[in-house]
Design a protein around this ligand. Structure first.
Ligand code: SF4
Ligand code: MG
Length: 328
């Protein structure tokens, strides 16, 4: 079966005084119908640019896709006109950002904002659109939706606003939702509620989700598959269990060890990976992780590892995957 989204060798970035500056480096990923893929990584790893490039919102941020394909139901979005992208973004794909306030218009009632999108993309009439908007507010767990629909964003809490944004994203029944750090700006209790909501929507509506997060706990809770990004590239990809229970790439191992309590262990000393992420435009020769890797070998300094199907079932961009399995 065909994947809903298939990204192939996506290199995207920004034109600067010093020429083209890459933010993603030949990123490939795929999302099946009804699945949730989480891209995890530290800030600056290229996660957000990947999502902006998929949506072609990167064009508005002064960037562009340099090479590669973004196949949405087999249709390549990389070369589309913005006019066509606007139609696709409104109806087939929707995006949820970190800050709900920036996604909402302060001068319109929240119900009106959802209704407007339904009139534009679904060609609903006034009354029908309003009724559906109220219904969507109910779906995302907003109490007294008939009353709330008449409120303005500033009359609502951050968590309620993010629910409105999710309602707006869902209103036109998109097949893919891209959420970039959707809970990061919210306090911990509200974060958990929004995650529960996303998990519920995924179960009930079978929407595919691409979730971008730096938070491994968030990823563990909602993802089917995980892609770990480092310095613009995906360095490990597999199911949640494969990647979190049995990480293959030394970077993933370090990342997981630096998170408190993910494995239920408390009080364990936190690990930090030595060094920092290199600039994607000034990578070391060979493996991009080699300056920081505790297992670096000769080959790592010369040859760049592709994503190799490895011992634990997932794929990892690491030459260790080609060594014979321990004890075998
Ligand atoms: Fe470390 Fe080598 Fe694997 Fe890179 S390829 S992560 S340097 S062992
Ligand atoms: Mg980001």
């Amino acid at each position: 079966t065909q994947n809903l989204l298939e990204v192939r060798n996506l290199t995207a970035g920004f034109e600067t005084e010093n020429g083209f500056v890459k933010a993603t480096d030949r990123v490939s990923l795929s999302i099946a119908q009804g699945q949730t893929l989480c891209i995890v990584g530290e800030s600056g790893s290229g996660k957000s640019v990947t999502s902006l490039a998929i949506m072609r919102l990167i064009d508005y941020a002064g960037g562009f896709i340099e090479s590669g394909e973004v196949l949405f139901k087999g249709d390549n979005l990389a070369g589309k006109k913005q006019q066509d992208m606007m139609r696709i973004r409104g109806s087939k794909m929707a995006m949820i950002f970190q800050d709900p306030m920036s996604a909402l218009n302060p001068v319109f009632k929240v119900g009106e904002q959802i209704a407007e999108s339904l009139r534009t993309h679904k060609k609903l009439g006034e009354k029908e659109a309003w009724a559906k908007a109220v219904d969507m507010l109910r779906v995302v767990g907003i109490p007294s939706p008939e009353i709330r629909a008449h409120q303005y964003p500033h009359e609502m809490s951050g968590g309620m606003c993010q629910r409105v944004v999710i309602a707006m994203a869902l209103a036109c029944e998109p097949e893919l939702i891209i959420a970039d750090e959707p809970t990061t700006a919210l306090d911990v209790t509200v974060q958990a509620q929004i995650l529960d909501l996303l998990a519920k929507l995924k179960r009930e509506l079978k929407t595919s989700i691409l979730l971008i997060t730096h938070d491994m706990g968030v990823a563990a809770e909602i993802a089917d598959r995980i892609a770990v990004m480092y310095a613009g590239a995906i360095v490990e990809e597999g199911t949640v269990d494969q990647v979190f229970q049995n990480p293959s790439h030394p970077y993933t191992v370090g990342l997981l060890r630096s998170i408190p309590g993910l494995d239920g262990e408390r009080g364990a000393e936190l690990y930090t990976i030595k060094g920092s992420i290199p600039s994607i435009n000034d990578l070391p020769t060979g493996c991009r992780f080699n300056p920081r890797c505790p297992y670096v070998m000769d080959r790592c300094l010369r040859e760049e590892p592709p994503l190799i199907p490895g011992k634990n079932g997932q794929r990892a961009a690491c030459w260790l995957e080609e060594l014979p399995k321990e004890g075998a």
